[in-house]
Write a protein that binds this ligand. Structure first.
Ligand SMILES: C[S@@+](CC[C@H](N)C(=O)[O-])C[C@H]1O[C@@H](n2cnc3c(N)ncnc32)[C@H](O)[C@@H]1O
Length: 234
C-alpha cells in the first residue's frame, strides 16, 4: 500500500497490503481482547443519544473488530468498513461474516475521504489504531473531513495510541507485556516512538477545532486512549 509520506503505510510502517503480513498481524494482535472494553464503552456512549443508529463507519478498520462491536450493539445499523488494504479486506470479510448482510466494504485512503465513496450523514465514525501514524496536521485534517461527513449530532470516535509525557512512555512500555503482548508481526521497532505521537490534549484540541463538541476521554490505559465527541445537533 502506498500513500502520502505522513499517512499510515508510509515508509518504515507495516506493510498492510501484504496478505501474509495482514494475516500474521491479525493473528498475533496482543491488544485485540484488551481493547474490547473501550470498543464496548464507545458503543454504549453513542447509544445514550443515538439508540438506533442507521449507519456507522469504521475507518482503517482492519479485521473489523470496532465495526463488529457496533453492529452487535445496534442490530438495525448498516456498517461501512473502510481500509486501504485489500489484504485486510480478506480478514474482515471472514471476521465480519455474521454481519455480511449489513456491511459494505470499501477500499480507500483515510487521507482522501472524498475519494473513498462513504455517503454523508452517518451516525458515527470510528477509527482505531491508525491515526497515530499521521502527524498532528494529518490528524486534524482527518477530524475535519470526518466531522463534515457526519449527521448533525453524530459521533466521532478514535481509539488510538497516544504520546505520554515525562517518564510515562517508558513505564507503560515496561508494564504493557503483563497486560497485552507485543504483536510478534510488527514488534515495537516498526512503530514510531510514542514520545513523537500526538497526546490526548493534542487530539482533544483537534477534535474541538473540527467542530466536535465536548470531546472527552471515557477510557484510557497504558498508551491507548478512547477519545470521542459529537457534532452540533443542528
Ligand atoms: C493497526 S491496524 C488497526 C486495525 C483496526 N482498526 C484495529 O484496531 O484492529 C491499521 C489499519 O490501518 C489500515 N491503513 C493503513 N493506512 C491506511 C490509510 N492510509 N487509509 C486507510 N486505511 C489504512 C491498515 O490497512 C490496517 O488495517
Amino acid at each position: 500500500m502506498t500513500g502520502p509520506a505522513s499517512s499510515p503505510g508510509g515508509a518504515g510502517e507495516p506493510a498492510w497490503g501484504d496478505p501474509a503480513f495482514a494475516r500474521a498481524w491479525a493473528a498475533a494482535d496482543g491488544l485485540a481482547e484488551f481493547l474490547a472494553l473501550p470498543r464496548a464503552i464507545a458503543a454504549a456512549v453513542v447509544a445514550l443519544d443515538r439508540p438506533a443508529p442507521r449507519l456507522v463507519v469504521d475507518v482503517a478498520s482492519g479485521p473489523g473488530a470496532f465495526l463488529g462491536t457496533f453492529l452487535q450493539r445496534f442490530p438495525a445499523a448498516q456498517g461501512i468498513w473502510l481500509d486501504a488494504s485489500a489484504a485486510m479486506l480478506e480478514q474482515a470479510r471472514s471476521r465480519l461474516a455474521a454481519f455480511s448482510d449489513r456491511v459494505e466494504f470499501l477500499l480507500g485512503d483515510l487521507t482522501d475521504l472524498s475519494a473513498a465513496g462513504v455517503p454523508d450523514g452517518a451516525d458515527a465514525w470510528m477509527t482505531s489504531r491508525a491515526l497515530h501514524h499521521l502527524d498532528r496536521t494529518g490528524i486534524a485534517a482527518f477530524y475535519r473531513d470526518a466531522t463534515a461527513r457526519l449527521a448533525p449530532g453524530g459521533w466521532l470516535v478514535n481509539l488510538d495510541h497516544v504520546g505520554l509525557p515525562g517518564g510515562w512512555s517508558a513505564r507503560m512500555r515496561a508494564v504493557r507485556p503483563e497486560f497485552a503482548p507485543t504483536n510478534a508481526a510488527t514488534g515495537s521497532a516498526a512503530h514510531r516512538h510514542p514520545e513523537a505521537l500526538a497526546t490526548v490534549d493534542d487530539h482533544l484540541a483537534s477534535l474541538a477545532a473540527a467542530g466536535v463538541q465536548d470531546p472527552g476521554v471515557p477510557w484510557r490505559a497504558l498508551h491507548v486512549a478512547l477519545m470521542m465527541g459529537r457534532t452540533a445537533s443542528t
